[in-house]
Ligand binder design. Structure first.
Ligand SMILES: Cc1cc2nc3c(=O)[nH]c(=O)nc-3n(C[C@H](O)[C@H](O)[C@H](O)COP(=O)(O)OP(=O)(O)OC[C@H]3O[C@@H](n4cnc5c(N)ncnc54)[C@H](O)[C@@H]3O)c2cc1C
Length: 400
């Protein structure tokens, strides 16, 4: 076996790196996190640029405007995007990383024709309406109801933690279509246009001070039956397809960003001084940074495996839960080290003495949310225990 990159792969890397080197610096910096229309324009503008240059939907079929790249090209792509510090997928996250892939895997020909090219080119922004006040980890306990009325579903309910709801055009919406069936069997996956009458979006501020999440109240919202993805009451199976994309391959570029983040911490440690010595002169700190870099390498190997599984079967395997769990824990350890490096400056929300306190604090706060988003770490451990290691399920709690 020859593990070296082929001339074609090297050419792909060179061309992508050169395109990024000319486009990223001129694209400008992201707008204020509070300016939602500007954020949408920035994120979708970059997505459109990628699309026009043939670099959007790197693993998507060509018929939908994707590149249908080989596995190795996909990995090269993630590496170069992160190296160039290219804009983050941002508000295109749901559509590009799991909504679009779910529609490709499960949608009707009409749904594919209507949405996939729009998602990949940044013309459509999506959000995810899965969680409810009483259905997060126990997602199958969701209560938002959809009742068939002719060629529409009439939907009533309450979604929560809906990221980017206020700028989304469509929502991947989970509803209960059969309240009499066992809870995993009466769910359906619908495409909900966000401009329908009866949708009330109320932003919720996060610790970082942004209104990134919203509560979404649904009152007699009429969604056409043609927007059903998969079969009626088969939504739990479709949901698992979505979640595997969300937990597996969706984190690939973030992981490489973490490698860049660690390199930034090394530079910071070389700059911060205390009692006449730089933090970098502390052997224990260097050892810690070395371990974290090693762990990131292991994680990257797991991502490669997840990308390979997705390529082979169309959907990442349950190992996606291990990737998500490991990524969340490592991310938190790394950003916690960043705050420790800052010392007292880490108590400030603003930059102090030229140290990037604001950035490091925001990354740390963000890292805390990652072990909750897309299924908590405890839930990933349950999945790993039961479905990968074959351990027995926890007994149901005793009834009072
Ligand atoms: C940054 C971020 C973005 C998000 N974006 C979206 C979005 O766009 N759309 C969307 O629908 N949702 C979104 N969510 C919601 C997210 O999916 C839920 O918060 C998550 O599934 C947990 O559900 P919960 O908050 O209801 O907590 P709960 O399910 O109430 O859990 C509370 C605690 O109990 C633990 N727990 C629960 N059940 C078990 C069990 N069986 N075994 C062991 N421990 C258990 C959990 O691990 C957790 O620690 C987002 C969350 C975050 C943090």
């Amino acid at each position: 076996m020859d593990l070296r990159y082929t001339p074609e792969e090297q050419k792909f890397r060179r061309e992508l790196a050169s395109w990024l080197a000319s486009e990223v610096p001129s694209y400008g910096t992201p707008p204020s996190v509070h300016d939602w229309p500007a954020r949408r324009a920035y994120d979708t503008g970059w997505q459109k640029k990628l699309f026009d240059a043939g670099y959007a939907g790197i693993n998507w079929p060509k018929e939908y405007g994707g590149r249908d790249a080989t596995l190795i090209e996909q990995l090269i792509y993630f590496e170069e995007i992160a190296k160039a510090n290219a804009p983050y997928v941002g508000c295109n996250f749901v559509g590009v990383l799991h909504g679009g892939p779910t529609i490709m895997a499960e949608g009707t020909p009409d749904q594919k024709a209507k949405h996939i090219r729009n998602i990949i080119s940044g013309a459509e922004v999506w959000c995810q309406g899965f969680s409810e006040p009483v259905a997060g980890s126990d997602l199958a306990g969701l209560q938002t109801k959809a009742v068939r009325d002719g060629d529409h579903y009439v939907v009533n309910g309450h979604k929560i933690w809906t990221t980017f709801a206020q700028i989304a055009d469509y929502c991947e919406l989970l509803v209960r279509t059969d309240p009499t069936a066992p809870k995993h069997k009466g769910i359906s996956w619908l495409i909900m246009p966000m401009n329908l009458p009866g949708i009330d979006i109320r932003p919720l501020p996060t610790l970082e001070g942004e209104g990134e999440f919203s509560e979404v109240f649904l009152e007699n919202v009429r969604i056409p039956v043609e927007n059903l993805v998969g079969k009626e009451n088969d939504g739990w199976r479709v949901t698992n397809v979505t979640l595997r994309f969300e937990r597996g391959t969706a984190f690939a570029s973030e992981m490489i960003n973490l490698q860049a983040f660690v390199r930034g911490l090394v530079k910071l440690a070389q700059k911060i001084t205390s009692h006449g010595a730089t933090a970098w002169e502390d052997k224990a700190l260097r050892r810690e940074l070395g371990h974290l870099s090693g762990e990131l390498e292991s994680l990257w190997a797991m991502v490669k495996l997840s990308v390979c599984e997705a390529k082979a079967s169309g959907v990442p395997g349950v190992g996606a839960s291990a990737v998500k769990l490991y990524y969340s824990e490592l991310y938190q350890k790394i950003t916690e080290l960043g705050l420790r490096l800052l010392g007292r400056a880490g108590l400030s929300r603003s930059d102090v003495a030229g140290l990037p306190a604001q950035h490091l604090l925001n990354r740390h706060l963000n890292s805390l949310s990652i072990s909750i988003a897309a299924g908590t770490s405890q839930i990933q451990k349950n999945i790993i225990g039961e479905r990968i290691l074959g351990q027995a399920k926890d007994p149901a709690p005793a009834k009072a």
